[in-house]
Structures are given as C-alpha cells and as structure tokens.
Ligand binder design. Structure first.
Ligand SMILES: [Zn+2]
Length: 689
C-alpha cells in the first residue's frame, strides 16, 4: 500500500479524516515504524561526528511522520470511536509504545547526544537546539538508557503494559458511560430540569426508538439533572451511578477499573525503582517546574490552610439553606449541587440556565476570536478541511501581514463514541522544512450541548457560562501551539514545556470571560436577540467566587490524593495505606470539608492520573493558576484589552514554547517571579477588604 492508497501515509497536507478507515491503521503504522527503525539504525551506526544535522534532524523527521499518523488515529479513536477503530488503535498501541521504549533506552543514540553535548557541535547550536539536547539527555536517562540489559528489558515491558492499561482504563470509563441510561416515562418526573435538557433527553430516547426520556451520565445531561431536578430520589440515583462508574459497584463488572488501578500503581513504583528513585512522584517531577514532592505537598497544604475557613463557611451556608429553605433535613452529596444552585439563585438572583439563553454559539465564537484578534494582533477565519464528523469546523489564523500562522479544528458537541471532557491536542507541530516553515494545526475538542432541532431546523447551540470558560481555556492551549515562533522539533509550541506550567496560557484565558468589555458583545438572547443585561453580568460577577473555598479544596483533594498515591503507596508492600482507596480516604480526612458517601468511587474514572499525563502532576492546575492569575494581574494593571500587554505575553510566553524554562518566560513577561496574591484575590480568598 503506498501513500495514494493509504491516507495515513499521505503527509502532503492536512490529515484526510474523511477517508481514514480502521483498515488503514495497521499497514500505515507498520510502514512508519519500519521506516523509523531504519532511520534510527542508520543514525546510530553512523561513524560521522555527532551533530544536529546527522542525529537530531533525521530522527525528528521520521518521528514526525509517525506522530502525525498516530495522532490522527488516536484522535479519531477519542472522538468518533467505533469497535473496529478501537480494535485497530489498541492492537497498534503496543507496537508504537515498544518502539518508543526501545528508542528511549537506545545506548547508541544516548551516546550520540552525549557526544553532541560534549563536542564541538554544541557551539553551532542555537539556544532552542541546546535545550533539545539537554532534554534528550534527561529523557534517555528517564527512558532507562543507563540500565543494564536485563533491567532494560523489564523496564520496556513495564512501559508497554502501562500504555495498554491506560487505554483500557479509558475504554472502561467510556463503555460504562455509554452502557448506562435511566429511562423516565413521564416529563413530570423531570420537574425543575431545564427545557433544553429535557428536549435532548427526549431526542435521545427517540434515537433509540423508545418512548419517554433517556437520561445519561454525559455532562450535558448529568450536570443539569444534579443541579435542577426537584426529584431527590432521581438525583440520588444519578449521583450513585456517576460516582460508581467503572468501579466494582458499577452496573457491569466488565468495566471495573479496580484491578487496573492497583496494577498501574505497582508498575509505576517498579519503574521508579528501576531508575533509582524513591517513588514515582520523583520521576514525574524531574521534567517539571516543581523541584520535589515535598515542595508540591507544602504548596498544596498551604493553599488548603488558606482555603479552609472559606470552604467551611461555604458548606455551613449551603447545608443550612438546604435544611431551612428546601426542607432537606439531612443534606447529602446528591443534594449539594441542587441546593447550591438554589442558594446562588436566591443570593444573586439569576440562574445558570437563564444566563445560558444569552450565550449563542455564533456570538461566543465571534467574541472569543475578536478578543484574540485584538490582544494578539491576529485574524481568524473559517476555512475548509477534511473532517471526521459533520459537526466539526475548521479555521485558520493569520498574522497582521496576512501570513498564515496556524489552523485548528473545532469539535464542540457531546455525542456517543466521544470521550468526555474538553481538551486540546496537536495535530501538527510547527517545523522548519528547508526554506519554508510548516504551520501548526490544533484539535479543539469539547463536550457541549448540541444545537436543538425544532421544526426540522437547527437552532444555534447555547452554552452555559461555564462552558464558555471551558472553551476559552482550551483555546488558550490552542494559542500556545498556534502562536509559537519556535520551529525546532521538541521545543515548539507545547513540546518540552514543563507540565506544571502548561496550564498558564489556558487558565489566563478564563479571566477574560469575566470582563464586561468582552462579554457584552458576545451575547444575544436566544429568542429576543437582546445582549446580556449589565445588571445580570454584575450579579454573575458577584457570584463568581460563590463556593470558591469548596472548589479550591476539592481540587486540592484530588491533587493531594494523586501525590500521596505516588509517594506513600506501593501495592503489595507493607506501608501506611492498604490500597488506593485508603489513600483517597487519607487525602479526604486531611482536606475535605464535604463528607462523601461510602459508595463514592470517583477515582475509578479519574482518567487524568490513570490514563492521561497527570500522574503525580494533578497539582499542576493550581500551580499554574498561581502563574496565570499573576500574569493576568499585569493585564489588570495596564488594561485587560491592552495590545501592548498582549504582544508581550505572545512574545515572551506563547511564542517561546519549550525553548527555555517556563519560569524564565514568566519573569520576562511579568518582570518578577510569581506571587500567590493574585490567585487568592481572584478567588475571593483574602480576609482584608
Ligand atoms: Zn488545560
């Protein structure tokens, strides 16, 4: 099969998502792996003096092709999964992982990079290339290149098994989510739930050829039911189903992640031991900003201490409100979102669903693009490309002089076969290819409510303000990829950026969702077309930090659990904790304010740390929020729409990618080291004023 037969081997332009089929995966990946192995062999056995052109460049070129094809497969498996595609992905994953594991511990390649670092070639490298060499030496060490042969073989087995287990973990969560539905015969049982959510539940039932309403555990259904359904028993039922997803208490034992969790942790502990570290958290932190698990734990505990009084007040208020105003004598976990929303409506006099009527998708996108254009001096326009689903749109982003800088896909709506959550991924990274530069391409994926269909016509989708914030967040990741000016493989865009600093460009974007000058132009009421009234915006802002103490402690609970899990617990070894659940209990005892029901198995669906890249890294969200809040405070000082501050952020942070340490980029932008004050102020957690 050659490039014209197999779209995954066609690298002339954008991925051909309209024609990629499961059958293409194995032949393409086999071909690319064979080519990559041949390149590695040629480079590793070359007798020429080690230099950039002879070592880093050819390896980067061959990995680039493999990455682009594999990314396309992985992406499609995440957003339009079918049994055949999943099978193709899962059967190729071990081969790809094995290749990278081999490469990561190839002593000959390690020696080449050591020779570059120690030889005359180093002087001819620019600073981005030097950073790449530095990173390579670190990664070879972490990849097991210094291990003796028998340990190398074991290290590789560990990595391969970990990759498969992670994929299986995600599959279980997705399958458990898809398998679960609650059927409601009568709309009266859904009293309180917003009309558009009920309409979607009706449409979902109809799609299955059934009467009544189909409730699911996907976010656009689950969250509003928990927030608005007056029927307490329904909320309890949904809460239990959600909190037991993919656990031994879930609907189907085939989707139980319990054993996977223990196995993943045991393998990570073994990996750390092979590399000579005390625990997996130490390994995870080597390429991060934070210096040690102790530093991370101290940071989280300090923040927990500051947040605690606010969280206790939040909890006391909402439970008292539930008792006195809602007649719920013993408020439980499944009452809190409901009671919180009612309390918020009472106190600030608006509902999220009312606000949602103003956020029409077309206006929101125009507002987001307008903001980015104003601050960063770019232009965004819709364009055409082959896509994987008719709902996907494609855009390009140009510089002031009209030159193309990047392109992105936007895939906004929840649907079956799509992983939950929102994320940005790189389809193509920026690279220099001879005289020209290849521009980056981003995938922006969300799981928002799809447009409602009425009288055979699609109405514009409506987003909650929370969804708008999520969209801005992911778009910030996208800008990090798209506005990079680095074209050296390994440090362009998000490549090589410390994981705990990666949320800076995304989280800073969230701040603009709370600025009147940004919001007023991006709203139009679904029926009347009226913009969001100023007084409603003022109430939203007043409510911005509603329960921020509880939200902060919840994030710290996750982060602390993650860090304790990877420092204090090794399955099968005597120690402080009996199993992963005991670690979760310990984290909760230390920081949680809200009691959780015994059945709560949230960790069984905690893909961030068991299937994503956040293992011993979940703290990154809060860590980077210190950076993003402090960076935004410069905009607050000089004007939130200041193109001067925008240009500086673009030049010093977004453009630099991983070509220098994140702290250096931050200081270059802010003029000093990060401080926590802005984060506390933005979250309303200051005692004065
Ligand atoms: Zn993010």
């Amino acid at each position: 099969m050659n490039a014209t037969d197999n779209p995954l081997l066609d690298f002339r332009g954008l991925p051909r998502f309209d024609v990629i089929a499961p059958d293409h995966v194995t032949p393409a990946i086999d071909t690319l792996l064979e080519q990559a192995r041949a390149t590695v062999e040629r480079v590793a056995t070359s007798t020429a003096p080690a230099g950039w052109e002879g070592v880093a460049a050819p390896i980067a070129a061959t990995l680039d092709r493999l990455d682009r094809a594999w990314t396309a497969v992985r992406h499609m498996n995440a957003v339009v999964s079918t049994p055949a595609l999943r099978e193709a992905y899962n059967s190729n994953l071990p081969k790809v992982t094995a290749f990278y594991a081999d490469l990561g511990q190839d002593e000959r390649m390690y020696a080449k990079y050591k020779a570059i670092a120690a030889g005359p070639a180093l002087a001819s490298l620019d600073h981005a290339q030097r950073k790449v060499v530095e990173n390579e030496l670190r990664d070879f060490r972490l990849g097991g290149a210094e291990l003796p042969p028998d340990r190398k073989a074991r290290f590789k087995e560990v990595q391969e098994e970990l990759a498969s287990l992670s994929a299986k973990f995600d599959d279980n969560v997705l399958d458990a989510t898809n398998a679960w539905a609650h059927w409601v015969a009568d709309a009266a049982a859904l009293a309180g739930v917003p009309d558009d959510v009920i309409a979607q539940a009706r449409a979902d039932a109809e799609a299955d050829g059934k009467p009544g309403f189909k409730l699911t555990l996907r976010a656009p259904c689950y969250l509003p039911v928990m927030q608005y359904a007056n029927d307490r028993a329904l909320r309890a039922l949904m809460h239990r189903a959600y909190a037991t997803l993919a656990s031994e208490l879930g609907a189907d034992p085939a989707h139980d992640n319990t054993a996977l969790i223990e196995r993943i942790l045991a393998l990570r502990a073994e990996e750390a031991e092979l590399l000579g570290y005390a625990n997996f958290a130490e390994v995870s932190l080597v390429p991060k900003m934070a210096a040690s698990p102790a530093e991370v734990l101290a940071f989280m505990r300090d923040l927990a201490r500051r947040a605690r009084p606010f969280a206790e007040r939040d909890y006391a208020e909402v439970t008292a409100f539930a008792r006195v105003e809602l007649g719920i004598a013993d408020p439980q976990a499944w009452d809190l979102p409901y009671a919180s929303e009612k309390l918020r409506q009472r106190r600030y006099d608006f509902s999220e669903q009312e606000v949602k009527r103003y956020f029409r998708e077309d206006r929101v996108l125009a507002g987001l693009f307008g903001l980015v254009e104003a601050i960063y001096g770019v232009a965004i326009a819709e364009s055409q490309a082959p896509v994987w689903h008719p709902d996907v749109r494609f855009y390009e982003i140009r510089d002031r002089d009209g030159g193309l800088v990047g392109q992105f896909y936007l895939d906004l709506y929840a649907r079956e076969g799509k992983q939950s959550g929102a994320w940005m991924d790189d389809a193509v990274n920026r690279r220099r290819e001879g005289e020209r530069v290849r521009n980056p391409v981003a995938f922006l994926t969300c799981n928002f409510s799809a447009p409602a269909v009425a009288d055979g016509r699609r109405r514009p989708a409506l987003f909650t303000h929370r969804e708008v914030v999520t969209l801005f967040h992911e778009f910030g990741h996208g800008l990090h990829l798209l506005l990079t000016r680095v074209d050296v493989p390994g440090v362009a865009g998000l490549e090589g950026v410390e994981w705990d600093a990666v949320e800076l460009p995304s989280q800073i974007m969230e701040n603009w969702c709370w600025e009147w000058d940004v919001l007023r132009s991006m709203t139009a009421h679904a029926e009347t077309g009226e913009p969001l009234p100023r007084d409603m915006f003022d109430r939203m802002r007043a409510a911005k930090n509603f329960q921020s103490g509880l939200a902060t402690l919840r994030q710290i609970e996750f982060a602390l659990f993650d860090m304790l899990l990877h420092t204090e617990y090794v399955p099968g070894r005597p120690g402080i904790h009996r199993d992963a659940r005991a670690v979760l209990s310990a984290a909760r005892r230390e920081v949680a304010v809200v009691p959780r029901p015994d059945y709560d198995r949230f960790m069984h669906a905690f893909g961030h740390i068991f299937a994503g890249g956040y293992a011993a890294g979940y703290y990154s969200y809060k860590w980077a929020e210190v950076l993003s809040a402090d960076a935004y405070s410069l905009f607050e000082e000089v004007g939130v729409l200041s193109p001067v501050a925008g240009a500086r952020f673009r030049d010093e942070v977004l453009a630099r990618g991983g070509s220098r340490p994140a702290l250096e980029s931050f200081v270059a932008f802010r003029g000093r080291e990060p401080q926590i004050d802005a984060l506390l102020r933005h979250n309303g957690m200051t005692t004065s004023s």
